[in-house]
Design a protein around this ligand. Sequence first.
Ligand code: GRF
Length: 212
Amino acid sequence: MLNLAVLVSGGGTNLQAVIDAIGSGQIRNARIVKVISSKDGVKALARAEDAGIDTLVISAKDYKGADEYGRALADAIDEAGADLIVLAGFLTILSPEFTDRYENRIINIHPSLIPSFCGPGYYGLKVHEEALKRGVKVTGATVHFVDGGCDSGPIILQKAVGIREGDTPEILQKRVMEEAEWKILPEAINLIAEGRVRVSEGVAHISKGGEK
Ligand code: GRF
């Protein structure tokens, strides 16, 4: 059984997709042992509590810097016995000490097809604003391992979403979530739980069901 710690900062719709996928059996062999939020009072915490999952708020403003904050997170994650850390709309930058400690054990969902529209400053609506401004015809979402850079770790899964006439950043954000993020995040977790994701030389490889 793969134990998940899910880190959140906001609405928690991706967290909800994972909770639902575990409930429906789409994700097998994984359970959420802790939801950690960087902010108090967010909807993601209510979603976790409704699902009977342990929650914790660990806020960066209560720590001296990224290293100290990372250690507080690590203590909570280790105490919960988590094997995989899922960043689901977690908006605080993690220290290199933290990302090194959990190499290939942290995944993130990003609302574009990396390496487009990613890196420092690309979060929330900004990602979709820039995609529309550039006039791309296809965007999407990416699940990737987290390394010491920003959106630079090995790519696990991507799903494309077409741009439509009349799209606004808000409309596009919603469609990317519904059609891509909420699908590939649970799918990636299930693949990892099945032991089917292997990283070699910075590239993630997925084996077919049945082989390892
Ligand atoms: C999502 O767009 C995700 O891709 C990004 O932050 C947003 C979080 O939404 N990393 P939610 O909190 O899961 O609803």
